[in-house]
Design a protein around this ligand. Structure first.
Ligand code: PMP
Length: 354
């Protein structure tokens, strides 16, 4: 830390992103990216737009907003495109959080939530998941905080039915309820249609997972006109050109190529079922997942050891040191070949243990 850093950041613990190593070629199952490349139409659209990179991007993302509104069954005024869904989360903490308006989220969820809370100086309360890592929606009915829930949750992969989300939103009319649907395309039920009924609901989506655009950084906030207006006030006070030209073009093309992504999501769900069975047959406990990853614990190797030994063999998975989940690894669902490599290596690690 330099002697110039503001005191308010001196004790900050930043978010630690999953490893993106360059030292060797890994089977990369650690950051929930899609194993499939963007569709050829998306690549062509981005390439074409590269010729216009001398010009600023459209700050309103007009075309992209129109396409996304159609995709989500809402009007463009209900949509805010952002530079990865992390950005809309950041905007929401800035827009709605302060001393009088704390946030609540689960103790085991996306690790960025507490980081943003601290960075934005917003008090927060962590609500423990149940022993089986399920979220009890009743813990969130009529509470005093704004609410942030990942559905499906990360890193557990478990999901809430739509009626429970609606109960939470309906019972907190004076609180903003943010539902982070980063993994919704892998088997969950989206609550986007509820934005027409509840003006306190903000839905967060991303093109990083099911749409193979993690590197393009594209996410969306979807909510009532008033919520989107608030978030735009924050956006235009920070970075009006937040979504670059190539990403806007890629996003439109990705929406037009919806079938390609739906088919890939189906494939991932099939491979997830196969991987779950294989892991179980190797003695793992695997939480039921509606995401493009599984959260699994071996009966004989610790989470840390499995992570380290897989890494040494060229397979990257994600391990968290938090006490409640330190026995687990989060494994992104890759291609069949990638999962085969994973299983072969797990078998050899288990065999070594005897
Ligand atoms: N929400 C959840 C639950 C996530 O796991 C992630 C990915 N790490 C994000 C949001 C952010 O994704 P992105 O910024 O790539 O859209």
């Amino acid at each position: 830390m330099s002697r110039f850093l503001s005191k308010k950041y001196a004790t900050l613990t930043p978010y630690v992103p999953g490893e993106q190593p360059r030292d060797m070629k890994y089977v990369k199952l650690n950051t929930n990216e899609s194993p499939f490349p963007p569709s050829p139409r998306v690549v062509a659209a981005a390439e074409q737009e590269a010729n216009r990179l001398n010009l600023y991007s459209d700050p309103e993302c007009t075309e992209l907003k129109r396409a996304a509104a159609e995709l989500y069954g809402v009007e463009p005024k209900h949509v805010l495109p952002v530079n990865g869904s992390d950005e809309i989360l950041y905007f929401a903490f800035l827009a709605y959080g302060d001393d009088q308006n704390p946030f609540a989220f689960a103790d085991i969820s996306y690790g960025f939530y507490p980081v943003y809370a601290r960075f934005c100086d917003v008090p927060s309360r962590e609500i423990p998941l149940k022993d089986d890592f399920s979220l009890d929606y009743r813990d969130y009915l009529g509470i005093r905080e704004h609410i942030l829930i990942a559905n499906p949750n990360a890193p557990t992969g478990t999901t809430l039915p739509l009626w429970q989300i609606e109960e939470i939103v309906g019972s907190n009319p004076d609180r903003v309820v943010i539902i982070d649907e980063a993994y919704i395309d892998f088997g969950g039920e989206s609550c986007v249609p509820l934005i027409h009924k509840y003006d306190n609901l903000l839905v967060v989506q991303t093109f990083s997972k099911s749409r193979s655009l993690a590197g393009a950084r594209l996410g969306f906030g979807i909510g009532s006109e008033q919520l989107i207006r608030d978030l735009n006030t924050v956006k235009y006070s920070i970075n009006p050109y937040n979504v670059n030209r190539m990403t806007q073009a890629a996003g439109v093309a990705a929406i037009e190529d919806d079938d390609y992504y739906r088919a890939n999501a189906e494939t991932i769900m099939t491979i997830r079922a196969e991987a779950t069975e294989q892991l179980q047959s190797l003695g793992f406990t695997v939480l039921p997942s509606c995401a493009n990853f599984v959260f699994a614990k071996s009966g004989s190797v610790s989470g840390e050891e499995l992570y380290q030994k897989l890494k040494a063999r060229g397979v990257l998975v994600r391990h968290f040191t938090k006490e409640r989940i330190k026995d687990y690894c989060r494994i992104t669902i890759g291609t069949r070949e990638q999962m085969q490599t994973l299983m072969t290596n797990i078998q050899s690690i288990l065999a070594e243990k005897g």
